[in-house]
Design a protein. Structure first.
Length: 305
């Protein structure tokens, strides 16, 4: 598993570097980066989820999905507790961003292509549970962090996110055993296959638009990276080791929790007038560093799971 993860991350890193180069030479503008990101979020990711669920009904898969929801929920709760424990400075204007960054991972853009490449469609099938819990908690707990209080009116926005809708449609098709016609399914699969290159290109765009020197001299960002990429995954790993989850369920949950800080942090910061530049720097730094930390976490997991 360690070798598979490492090899896949090296491939993804190369695509990320291509994304950086595209921005540096002016081939992709900030507007173009946003458009490609929206294409990935609104179209490619949901279609990939739908195609993953285009499989024959299997009670074992359904049972595994239920356990995946439980694992995902507890993993997020553990991450929330760790973030509250390590980032308690109420005088720091960025404290809520720090807590958000330590909890919510890039389980879509990074998690999907990584798990799909290493664990296949079954791994992504179980990952959808983590992503659903992620979306619900982002727009409840995460929203309360950014806004200072919970607003139930905005919960609707999270529940109507493309990934949630895509998962809902995919589940309906799966449980009713409605299979998409072969020709249409083949076309949709072509779109789904775009997920990995587009996701890493988007990550590269973000890194290219960041001030690397400023990021590398900010000690607080190192603290966040240590928490998000090492401490939280190790706590989740300990839970998965103690709990009676098999490896097929444990690995997607662990990899998702070990992913870098999600792009959601930047969008939330912009929307609620927080330090969006700082949020973007966290995303960029943790994304690059995760190329090293994810294989490390998986290497340790190999002795326990």
């Amino acid at each position: 598993m360690f070798i598979l993860i490492f090899n896949q991350l090296v491939k993804m890193l190369i695509i990320l570097i291509v994304g950086i180069v595209c921005v540096r030479i002016g081939l992709v503008s900030k507007e173009g980066s946003k458009t490609i990101s929206n294409l990935l979020l609104m179209l490619v990711n949901p279609i990939l989820i739908i195609m993953v669920y285009q499989t024959d009904y299997d009670p074992i898969l359904v049972k595994g999905l239920l356990f995946s929801f439980i694992a995902a929920f507890i993993s997020h709760i553990l991450a929330i507790l760790v973030s509250k424990l390590l980032f308690r400075d109420k005088e720091d204007p960025n404290n809520m961003i720090n807590q958000f960054a330590a909890v919510y991972s890039n389980c879509g853009f990074i998690g999907i292509p990584l798990i799909n490449s290493v664990l296949g469609s079954e791994g992504v099938f179980y990952l959808t549970a983590y992503m659903t819990v992620f979306n619900i908690l982002t727009w409840t707990h995460g929203l309360s962090l950014m806004k200072g209080h919970f607003d139930p009116k905005l919960l609707k926005e999270g529940l109507t996110a493309p990934m949630v809708i895509g998962t809902f449609i995919a589940m309906i098709l799966f449980f009713t055993q409605i299979h998409i016609p072969d020709t249409i399914a083949a076309s949709m699969q072509y779109i789904a296959d775009m997920n990995t290159p587009l996701a890493m290109m988007v990550a590269g765009f973000s890194v290219a638009n960041s001030d690397i020197k400023k990021i590398c001299t900010n000690v607080q960002i190192y603290r966040i990276a240590l928490t998000k990429l090492i401490i939280v995954p190790l706590v989740v790993l300990l839970f998965l080791w103690i709990a009676p989850f098999n490896a097929d369920i444990a690995y997607p949950t662990l990899i998702a929790s070990a992913c870098p800080t999600g792009t959601t942090i930047t969008m939330m910061s912009i929307r609620f007038d927080k330090n969006a530049a700082y949020a973007s720097e966290i995303f960029s730094f943790t994304t690059v560093l995760s190329i090293i930390t994810i294989p490390l976490i998986i290497f340790i997991a190999g002795f326990l799971l």
